[in-house]
Write a protein that binds this ligand. Structure first.
Ligand SMILES: [Ca+2]
Length: 374
C-alpha cells in the first residue's frame, strides 16, 4: 500500500473531531467510538501503562478483530525501526495466565486468536508483557524492553452511568435488550383487548389477554441472584464472600475469578465499616485478609487489580502502625487488617481473602457499546 493511500485511510478512520471531546493529542475513531493515541516515544511496559493512565486512558486492549485491522494502520505511522507496540496484557501475576491491565483474563477472548505462531514462548523465562506486531499479532516480550505503545479510551468510558446502579423501570423493550416478537406476527393494533405481555413456548414475545390465566415467571430485580455462598449488601450493590481457607495471593485471585468475581477492592470508608463485620469472622490466628491490591508493577506504588490507584478506588486508609513501604520488600500484596486498615504483606504467605461481585458488573459490557455522540 502506498504511503499516501495509507495516510488517507488513516485520516478517514482516525480523525480529530468535536463530536467527542478529549485530549486533542488523541485521535477519534468514529466506527469504534474510541480515542487512540500512538505514543511514538518508546518506553518499558510499566511506564507505558502509567502514561496512558495519567492521560485518563488505558494501555491498548484490542476489543475486536476489526479494530485490530484498523490499529495496524494506526501503528503503520510509527518510526520504521519499531517492530511492535506494547499492549495492556501481561502474565506477571501467574505465569502463563494472561490478563489485561483491567484485570480480566484474555482466555476465550479474541486476544487469544492473535498470538503469533510459537507465541507465547516466554523466552529465557523473562517474557511477561505482550506486544502487538505491525502485522497485528501478539508476542510475549520482556517487560523492560522498549516499545512504542497505544493508549485507548472509549468515548463514553469517562461517563459514570447512574443507570447501571438502578433497576430498570419503564424501559422500552429495545432498551431492556430483548424485543423479538413471535414470527407469527400479531398485529399489535388489532389485538385489542390484549394488553399483557407474555413469552411463547418458543421464547418469543407475544401479547395476550390480561384476564386469561397463564403461568408466569418471577425474577428478583437488580441481578441479585448469584451464588448462595455470597452475601449481598444492598447499600453497596455488591456480593461478598470471605474465604476462610487460607491461600497465597495469586491463588486467591484465581479462586475469585473461578467464581466469577474479583478479589475485593474497598471503595469507601462506609464500605470498610461494613466489611469489618465480615472480617470479624476471620479465624483468630490470622492478621490479614488479601484484597485485590498489589505493587508488582512498581515497588511501593499500590494499584488495584483493575489498575486504579487507591485514591481513585476510593479507600486508601493505611494502618496507623505505618509500614514503611520503601522497606517492606519483599512484601508486594495488599491486605486489610482485622481493624479494616490497608496493609502490605507477603504474596506467598497464606491468608484468608475476600471476593466481591459488584452488582453492576454486567454493565461493564455496556461500556464497549458505542453511545450516540452528543
Ligand atoms: Ca516471545
Amino acid at each position: 500500500m502506498s504511503l499516501l493511500l495509507a495516510k488517507l485511510i488513516i485520516c478517514n478512520i482516525f480523525y480529530s473531531t468535536n463530536a467527542q471531546t478529549f485530549r486533542n493529542d488523541y485521535l477519534w475513531a468514529e466506527s469504534f467510538k474510541t480515542f487512540y493515541r500512538l505514543n511514538d516515544i518508546a518506553t518499558d511496559w510499566g511506564q507505558a501503562r502509567k502514561i496512558c493512565e495519567a492521560e485518563g486512558s488505558t494501555l491498548l486492549i484490542p476489543s475486536s478483530l476489526t479494530e485490530v485491522e484498523n490499529l495496524k494502520l494506526l501503528i503503520s505511522n510509527m518510526k520504521a525501526h519499531f517492530t511492535a507496540i506494547f499492549i495492556g496484557v501481561h502474565d506477571q501475576f501467574a505465569h502463563g495466565e494472561y490478563v489485561t491491565v483491567k484485570g480480566y483474563p484474555i482466555k476465550d477472548t479474541i486476544l487469544e486468536l492473535l498470538w503469533a505462531e510459537g507465541s507465547p514462548d516466554n523466552l529465557n523465562n523473562n517474557e511477561s508483557c505482550v506486544v502487538m506486531t505491525r502485522e497485528g499479532l501478539l508476542d510475549d516480550r520482556p517487560c523492560d524492553d522498549i516499545y512504542p505503545f497505544v493508549c485507548k479510551v472509549f468515548g463514553n468510558e469517562t461517563e459514570y452511568s447512574e443507570d447501571c446502579y438502578s433497576f430498570d423501570l419503564g424501559q422500552s423493550l429495545e432498551e431492556a435488550g430483548y424485543a423479538s416478537w413471535s414470527p407469527l406476527k400479531q398485529d399489535l393494533t388489532t389485538d385489542e383487548p390484549q394488553h399483557c405481555g407474555a413469552i411463547s413456548r418458543t421464547g418469543f414475545l407475544k401479547v395476550t389477554w390480561c384476564d386469561m390465566p397463564a403461568m408466569f415467571l418471577c425474577e428478583k430485580p437488580g441481578s441479585q441472584t448469584f451464588r448462595n455462598d455470597y452475601m449481598w449488601a444492598q447499600a453497596f450493590k455488591t456480593f461478598y464472600r470471605l474465604h476462610d481457607l487460607a491461600t497465597n495471593w495469586a491463588q486467591a485471585r484465581q479462586i475469585c475469578e473461578a467464581e466469577g468475581t474479583n478479589l475485593l477492592v474497598p471503595h469507601s470508608l462506609e464500605e470498610m465499616d461494613n466489611l469489618k463485620l465480615l472480617i470479624s469472622n476471620m479465624k483468630a490466628h490470622f492478621t490479614a485478609i488479601f484484597i485485590g491490591v498489589h505493587d508488582q508493577f512498581a515497588h511501593g506504588e499500590y494499584v488495584t487489580l483493575q489498575g486504579q490507584s487507591l485514591d481513585e478506588a476510593g479507600y486508601s486508609s493505611w494502618s496507623p502502625i505505618k509500614q514503611d513501604l520503601s522497606t517492606t520488600e519483599p512484601q508486594h500484596c495488599g491486605a486489610i487488617s482485622r481493624s479494616g486498615f490497608l496493609k502490605v504483606t507477603w504474596c506467598d504467605m497464606p491468608a484468608m481473602f475476600l471476593c466481591e461481585k459488584r452488582g453492576c458488573q454486567e454493565c461493564t459490557a455496556n461500556l464497549t457499546t458505542p453511545a450516540p455522540a452528543p
